[in-house]
Design a binder for this molecule. Structure first.
Ligand SMILES: NC(=O)c1ccc[n+]([C@@H]2O[C@H](COP(=O)([O-])OP(=O)(O)OC[C@H]3O[C@@H](n4cnc5c(N)ncnc54)[C@H](OP(=O)(O)O)[C@@H]3O)[C@@H](O)[C@H]2O)c1
Length: 300
C-alpha cells in the first residue's frame, strides 16, 4: 500500500457503511465498525461480505464494537437520518478527539447538527453516489456500476481531507474533494428531493414519473433549484431535468424502497429540509409542500 494505513471507525455498517468499511479493510486500513450488539457480534464472527460487479465478491474481517473507545484517524457516519440521534452516543466527543468526522447522509442539515456536538473544523460532509444495500448484518450488495464520493468540509484543514480522500480513492472509490460544501450538498439534494418525493408519493419508478407526471416533476425541479440558489447552491433546473431523462426508467429511490418495506422515511432530512430552507429564504414551493404534507400524513 503506497499511502499511510489509517484507523477508521464506521458508525452504521449498512449499505453505504458496510461497503466503505469492507473496501477500506481490504485495502489494509484498520476498520472498527460501530453498531448495535447483534450486528457487532455478527461482524466480529463473520466479517463483512460484499457482492459487487465492480469490486468482486469478497469477505474481509473487521473489528466491531458498540462504542468508540480509542483514537481513530476518521469516523464515517453512515446511519440513516432517522437513526442519527440514537446512534451518536456511540461516538463520544472525547473519544473522537482530533479525528475527522465524515457523514455520508443525504440532506443538508446534519453538518450543523454534528458541528454543534463535535469539533466543527473536523466535520467533513461527504456526498456519495452509489446503490448499495445491507441485506443482512454484514452482507452488502453493491448494485451500481459506480461508487463516487465528493468530500467537502469548508473549515477542515486541507491536509486532513487529502489523507481521507487518498485512502478512499486507493480503496477503489472514485473520490474528489470539492471546495464548496453548500454547493456539494445542494447539488445532490436538488436531484434527490424531486426523485425521492415523487417516486415515493406515486409508488412508481422514475420512468413513470417523467412521462405520466412530467409537469409536476418540472415544477418540483424548478422549485428545488430556486431554493438551492437561495442557499448558495447550484441552480440549473434544465440540467437536473436532463439528468432525470438520462437515468434508466426502472430507477427507484431509497425513500421509495423504505416506504415499500414499511421502514421510517428520511422525509424530514430531504423534503422537510427543503421546505425549511425555502421558508427561511422566502422561496415559494407549493408542489414540494403538498408532497411533503401528504407523505407525512401517510406515515410511517
Ligand atoms: N444505500 C445507498 O445506496 C445510499 C446511496 C446514497 C446515499 N445514501 C445515504 O446514506 C445514508 C445511510 O443509508 P444506508 O442505505 O446505508 O442505510 P442502511 O443500509 O439502513 O444502514 C444503516 C446502518 O445503520 C445501523 N444503525 C441503525 N441504528 C443504529 C444505531 N443506533 N447504532 C448503530 N448503528 C445503527 C444499521 O444497523 P443494523 O445493520 O444493525 O440494522 C445499519 O447497518 C442515508 O442517509 C442514505 O440516504 C445511501
Amino acid at each position: 500500500m503506497a499511502h499511510e494505513a489509517l484507523t477508521v471507525a464506521v458508525l452504521g455498517p449498512g449499505g453505504v457503511g458496510g461497503l466503505l468499511a469492507a473496501l477500506l479493510a481490504r485495502a489494509g486500513h484498520r476498520v472498527i465498525c460501530l453498531a448495535g450488539d447483534t450486528t457487532a457480534r455478527a461482524l466480529r464472527t463473520t466479517g463483512l461480505h460484499v457482492r459487487s460487479a465492480r469490486y468482486g465478491d469478497f469477505t474481509t474481517p473487521v473489528e466491531a464494537d458498540t462504542e468508540l473507545r480509542e483514537p481513530v484517524d476518521a469516523c464515517l457516519i453512515t446511519v440513516k437520518h432517522t437513526a442519527l440521534d440514537a446512534a451518536l452516543p456511540r461516538v463520544p466527543a472525547p473519544a473522537l478527539g482530533d479525528a475527522l468526522l465524515v457523514p455520508f447522509l443525504n440532506g443538508v442539515e446534519h453538518p450543523a447538527h454534528l458541528r454543534s456536538r463535535y469539533r466543527p473544523d473536523r466535520v467533513a460532509p461527504a456526498v456519495i453516489r452509489v446503490e448499495s444495500t445491507r441485506v443482512a448484518p454484514g452482507e452488502i450488495e453493491h448494485a451500481s456500476p459506480f461508487a463516487e464520493i465528493d468530500l467537502t468540509g469548508d473549515p477542515v484543514p486541507r491536509h486532513r481531507l487529502d489523507a481521507t480522500a487518498a485512502a478512499l480513492a486507493a480503496a477503489g472509490l472514485t473520490t474528489r474533494i470539492l471546495d464548496d460544501e453548500t454547493a456539494a450538498l445542494w447539488a445532490k439534494l436538488s436531484f434527490l428531493a424531486p426523485l425521492a418525493l415523487l417516486t415515493t408519493h406515486y409508488a412508481a419508478p422514475l420512468g413513470d414519473i417523467r412521462t405520466r407526471h412530467r409537469d409536476e416533476l418540472t415544477a418540483l425541479v424548478t422549485e428545488t433549484a430556486a431554493v438551492s440558489r437561495a442557499c448558495g447552491g447550484p441552480a440549473g433546473p434544465a440540467e437536473t431535468l436532463a439528468r432525470f431523462d438520462a437515468f434508466p426508467p426502472g430507477t427507484r429511490s431509497s425513500m421509495q424502497r423504505d416506504a415499500e418495506a414499511g421502514r421510517p422515511l428520511e422525509l424530514e432530512a430531504i423534503g422537510g429540509a427543503l421546505l425549511r430552507a425555502a421558508e427561511r429564504h422566502g422561496v415559494p414551493t407549493p408542489v414540494a409542500a403538498r408532497l411533503v404534507r401528504e407523505l407525512r400524513r401517510a406515515g410511517p
